[in-house]
Design a protein around this ligand. Structure first.
Ligand code: APR
Ligand code: PHB
Length: 395
């Protein structure tokens, strides 16, 4: 690790996709920063996460020198499949929107980001514990932390909280100056990774009486599958056999016939929630990515929202340094939030349409859910609306 500075322009808290992309894009614009990460580098690189990159997100990564491995090893998907009542519907992104998504694991992207941040010479200070922020309402905030038992302080112009859903940075905004919005969903996803060829070339999102299922992938030899489980379930309750038989039962028969099963190499339980903390700014403190908003994984929007926040924030900071204009900083929260809420809506819509809600029998909501799916399966306009959101709304 390079030396820990005592002063820089921007201190970024959190080295996930939001924080490390921010550090790189600032470097591209000639703005110096330092990146503080709670965990070790190795830990951050080992996390298994989703990897659907929107059309415009991928363009941004390419334009800023991060496209090489993504284009070599990632997969362009020109559509996605929905399964319901034994039928499959392909949403043809390319035909409906002229755009596509790229499948490239977040784990891989994180590696590319750390490599580029190192090449840029941005100090990436891992194992930085007990981060605290002072003076965000003054001219020169200070960020203190402990590393391997030693205390450090970095003074700066701006502090950016990119420390994810469990981060602490937003807590430095006075409680009276922020508001949170939340929806918990009464179920979770059980996810399994296996060294098996994917069931299909594209993703399959399935709605079934027994619950939701998703077939995804990492590459030609590695598959990622999810099934909806009860809210309080644990990994121990899902031995491989149970997982595979539940997945098989939730897919149309003709599709399930092509499933190749194998031993799991990783299994997780993920709760589903929609959560937003507003605004994204207080004084000289700004938030970006999961630190300010979490969406259920159904629409694959988390990573893409982190990217769009960062793009807006870099524009705003560059406007401040290059032209002495604070207009961009003043507008950042509103600009980013307008896009965030549309993704919150889309992720909520996908989640609500495709999952089995406990207690929902043949009642009103169940009928509505079926009507929603029938409408989508039968209307090209509805499919275009879904495609437009899935490939990503314009920045
Ligand atoms: N101090 C420093 N770093 C912290 C602290 C802290 N107190 N708390 C958390 N962190 C670090 C985490 O260890 C993690 O590396 O902040 C980082 C946050 O990264 P992410 O959780 O990946 O969030 P973000 O960068 O906003 O990326 C959003 O990644 O996890 C997915 O679903 C998420 O796809 C979305 C995208
Ligand atoms: C994944 O591949 O892990 C994945 C894909 C799409 C989603 C969620 C997760 O909507």
């Amino acid at each position: 690790m390079s030396e820990i500075p005592t002063r820089t322009r921007i201190v970024i808290i959190g080295g996930g996709p939001a924080g490390s992309l921010l550090a790189h894009l600032l470097h591209v614009r000639g703005i110096e920063s330092a990146l503080l990460e709670l965990r070790s580098r190795e830990h951050v690189l080992e996390r298994v996460r989703a990897g659907v990159i929107e059309h415009e997100s991928a363009e941004i990564l390419r334009r800023t020198g991060l496209g090489k491995r993504m284009d070599e090893e990632g997969f362009v998907h020109e559509g996605v499949n929905l399964a319901h009542s034994g039928e499959m519907l392909r949403i043809d992104f390319q035909r409906l929107t002229g755009k596509h998504v790229t499948i490239y694991g977040q784990t891989e992207l994180q590696k590319d980001l750390f490599d580029v941040v190192d090449a840029d010479g941005v100090p990436l200070i891992d194992e930085a514990e007990g981060v605290r922020v002072d003076g965000i309402e003054d001219h020169s905030p200070a960020v203190g932390f402990t590393r391997h038992g030693r205390e450090h302080t970095i003074t700066c112009d701006f502090v950016i909280g990119c420390d994810g859903a469990h981060g602490v940075t937003r807590e430095f905004i006075p409680a009276g100056a922020r508001r949170t919005y939340e929806r918990q969903y009464p179920f979770c996803w059980v996810g399994l990774l296996s060294e098996t060829p994917p069931i299909d070339d594209e993703l399959i999102y399935a709605s079934h009486e027994r619950g939701f299922a998703l077939c995804s992938m990492r590459n030609e030899h590695r598959s990622r599958y999810y099934v909806q489980g009860p809210a309080d379930t644990t990994v121990e309750e899902w031995p491989d056999d149970r997982f595979w038989s539940e997945l098989t039962a939730r897919l149309p028969e003709a599709v399930a016939d092509g499933l190749v099963t194998g031993p799991s190499i990783e299994k997780i339980v993920t709760p589903l929630r929609s959560w937003v903390s507003e605004p994204l700014r207080h004084g000289r403190l700004f938030l970006a990515g999961d630190a300010a908003h979490v969406v259920p994984p159904t629409g694959a929007k988390g990573l893409n929202l982190a990217i769009s926040d960062v793009v807006y924030l870099v524009d705003a900071l560059a406007g401040n340094y290059d032209r002495g204009s604070t207009a961009g900083l003043d507008e950042y929260s509103e600009r980013a939030m307008a896009r965030v809420w549309k993704a919150v809506r889309f992720s909520w819509w996908m989640t609500t349409m495709l999952h089995r809600f406990p207690g929902m029998s043949d009642d009103f909501e169940r009928r509505l859910q079926k009507a929603e799916l029938d409408y989508l399966f039968g209307s090209e306009n509805a499919q275009r609306a879904m495609a437009e959101n899935y490939v990503g709304l314009p920045h």
